[in-house]
Design a protein around this ligand. Structure first.
Ligand SMILES: [Zn+2]
Ligand SMILES: [Zn+2]
Ligand SMILES: [Zn+2]
Length: 102
């Protein structure tokens, strides 16, 4: 995988988005083009799940990109790992303080 996380072309610099719109734009760039109401296989390598093409981007986001990461202290979810790390540093302090005050 390249820096963008693209599974189809390691040199690909297109972002593999946070949104279904970006995922479809990316799929089009690699010539995965279908009618949204047609059934098609997931184009992700080693995944052959068939579904309506209109559901494929959401499936890729949830199954293959797992964009959301979760804070172990409060359960907040973030779409970027860096944002979670920053939050966890603060959240850990706060939950430690709350624990000590009991
Ligand atoms: Zn790509
Ligand atoms: Zn898939
Ligand atoms: Zn938290």
């Amino acid at each position: 995988m390249g820096t963008s996380g693209c599974p189809w072309e390691s040199a690909c610099t297109l972002p593999l988005g946070d949104t279904t719109g970006l995922v479809y734009a990316h799929l089009r760039a690699h010539n995965f083009i279908h009618n949204h109401s047609a059934r098609a296989g997931c184009p992700w390598p080693l995944c052959s799940r068939e579904m309506r093409w209109g559901n494929v981007a959401r499936h890729i986001l949830e199954r293959h990109l797992r964009m959301r990461v979760q804070c172990v202290f409060c359960g907040h979810t973030y779409s970027r790992n860096e944002a979670l790390q920053t939050h966890m540093n603060v959240c850990m302090e706060v939950s430690h303080l709350a624990y000590r005050q009991r």
